[in-house]
Each structure stands twice: as C-alpha cells, then as structure tokens.
Design a protein around this ligand. Structure first.
Ligand code: SF4
Length: 173
C-alpha cells in the first residue's frame, strides 16, 4: 500500500490539515496579493503538484474540492465525475472502466463518514470543472475566487444549511 493510500485512510487527519492550510493561505492573502497572484501561482504550482500528487494522486485541476469529496480526488475517477458515481459501479464497489480499482466515489463516501468537519459537503452539487484552470495552483485560485466561477446559467451549489438531507449519517454537525 502506497504512502498516499495510507494517508487517505485517515480522512479526519487530512481534513484538519486542509483546514489549517486554508487558514494559513487566507492569512497570507494580503502578502500574496502584493507579490502578485500570477507570480505566486508560478512559485506554488510545482510544490502543490508534488505534495498533492503523493497524498491524493492529484491531477492539478486547479479547482480543488477535496474537502467536499471525502478527501478523495474526484479527478482520479476515469470519467472525471465531480458529483458522485456513474451508473456503472459494480456490485463489489469497483469501477466500471477499471474493474481492478475501487470506485472513487465509494471511497469518497466512506471517508466522508469519518469527517466531522467537512463530511456533509458530500451532498453539495459541484459545478463542472473549468479545464482552463488545469495546471494552476488551486490555493491561489481559491484566493482570487476564480475557482468559484461557474458557467452562465448554472444553478449554484446548495450550501450546508439549505440541504434538507443533512439529517444523514455525517457526525459532528
Ligand atoms: S480536486 Fe483537483 S486540485 Fe484537488 S486533488 Fe483533485 S485534481 Fe488536485
């Protein structure tokens, strides 16, 4: 078992790390703005790619939604689905395209149940991925807000308080 898969089996630890990183970046935002988002993106995307590839098998989509998908990268789904599994998941929970692999969304759901902070975000409806952001730093895109831009006419994702199903299994809410 790789280091990444071992770490991914500790989603609660990873969501804490995510929250910490999120806070650090938001604190540093004034400084990063002064440096320039473009320049910061050039500096950061290499280390971000390296670190997230080891832990999450990241594909650098530039629009990270790991905390809403059980700290499981949705771009590792062979169909790149961002909103849950396709209709082809096998009875044993494996992928339709790669039968030897567990469905990314089965793993995402199982891990989300062990995430009291962000687990319920599994119910969010994520916008389609913006391919123009590929290869850029998701952290910088979060600061600029470009990762929140959605196609014209797309109905926004419901927020936590608006989701009636939140009586579901997610603990700690
Ligand atoms: S959602 Fe995007 S940025 Fe986040 S780990 Fe997956 S490919 Fe990388």
């Amino acid at each position: 078992m790789s280091l990444g898969s071992r770490l991914r089996d500790h989603p609660h630890l990873l969501e804490h790390l995510y929250r910490l990183t999120d806070r650090v970046f938001r604190r540093l935002d004034p400084l990063i703005r002064r440096i320039g988002y473009e320049r910061a993106n050039r500096w950061l995307r290499g280390p971000e790619d390296w670190a997230k590839r080891i832990v999450f098998d990241c594909r650098m989509c530039g629009q990270c939604i790991l905390h809403s998908t059980g700290m499981t990268c949705p771009m590792t789904c062979p169909k790149n689905l961002r909103n849950g599994p396709c209709g082809g998941v096998r009875a044993n929970g494996h992928c339709e395209v790669k039968p030897e692999m567990r469905c990314v969304w089965v793993e995402a759901y199982e891990r989300s149940l062990r995430m009291p902070i962000y687990g319920a975000e599994m119910l969010f409806i994520n916008p389609p991925v913006n391919r123009q952001l590929e290869g850029t730093s998701a952290w910088i895109n979060m600061l600029t807000g470009v990762d929140k831009e959605v196609p014209k006419g797309w109905v926004g994702a419901p927020r936590r308080a608006e989701i009636p199903l939140l009586d579901g299994p997610w603990p700690g809410r």
